[in-house]
Design a binder for this molecule. Sequence first.
Ligand code: NAP
Ligand code: F7E
Length: 323
Amino acid sequence: MNKVALITGISGQDGSYLAEHLLDLGYEVHGIIRRQSLTERQTERIDHIDHKLNLYYGDLTDEHCVYKIIQEVQPDEVYNLAAMSHVRVSFDIPAFTIKTNSLGTLNILEAIRNIAPQSKFYQASSSEMFGNNIDDDGFQRLSTTMNPVSPYGSSKLMAYNLTKQYRTGYKLHTCNGILFNHESPRRGTTFVTNKVVKTAVEIKYGIKTTLELGNLDSSRDWGHSYDYVRAMRLILNYETPRDWVVSTGETKSVRDLCEYTFNQLGMNYKDYVIQDEKYFRKEEVNYLRGDSTEIRETLGWKPKYTFNTMIDEMIDFWESNLK
Ligand code: NAP
Ligand code: F7E
């Protein structure tokens, strides 16, 4: 019998790569999408596999629909990827962020506890939960104290703790993947990597003249979504439910990202990048670098992409798109 997976946030960046991966492995894949007024582009990332998917309208904040879908699907594995995932925007809509990211996670955990306790549960936790805490060796890991500095980070920390608590208290198979930033050509274009790459390509082809950014000095541990969704499935299929860190272990600043991208396109970023106050945050996570030794050594996870091959792929995507 094929395994049955339910993915919340299936229309997002990670949801689309995970759905492809699970279909390749023979899973029966179900996913939740939201009702939107503009339907044309909503499922753009999964249109190519739409005929193989079972999609349901739903919203994590609506516990009735969450119960109904879990009751109907009776999944072997639930991947909770749905979230209000933009850190800066979470300062504008903090209540919605917490309702979706924290209470939405609780709605799924309660449904699993009551009507589908056989379901294994994966929670999309985030390096944003660490805030500005770094161990003495310059890395963040499972034992690093978490001290979020955004409504997004706080909402994810609540969901992280609930996921742990349903494992220890109710003996459910629930796991957190603490994923550091991961990108791809499918990344939303208001996140910094895809914003920089898309705009740099537009500048090269004369469509735009400048790139407005916020803080150029923050550093991120950037991997590729293709690699990270593979880690999600490994995490859920490990015999013992527990939490893991997924990261590249390398870090680059936003300035490094601009320098590499513009160089690849034959330009100097200093001629085009302008800083604009509106892209700065009330509080910033300055430096992220994850220690993923455990998942590499225990589960054999290894990323295929480097930072450079990932950015090159994103450049190719936008160049062929614009041509
Ligand atoms: P994404 O592209 O923003 O996708 C998020 C998905 O969640 C979208 O399909 C969105 O649907 C859906 N969603 C939002 N609010 C919802 C609600 N109330 N009910 C149901 N669905 C809702 O994010 P991603 O990059 O794929 O990230 C996947 C998950 O990993 C997220 O939980 C994110 O917080 C977490 N994470 C991401 C990273 C990263 O670097 N990418 C790192 C660590 C953790 P709409 O399109 O309708 O809004
Ligand atoms: O910002 C700086 C910004 O929005 C990265 C989400 O997937 O990863 C992501 O959150 C850095 C920050 O990602 C602009 O201040 C400068 O220091 O691409 P981002 P994020 O905030 O790190 C974590 C792990 C998640 O879990 C989240 O869901 O870039 N920056 N100028 C800018 N950022 C944006 N978006 N736009 C700018 O113009």
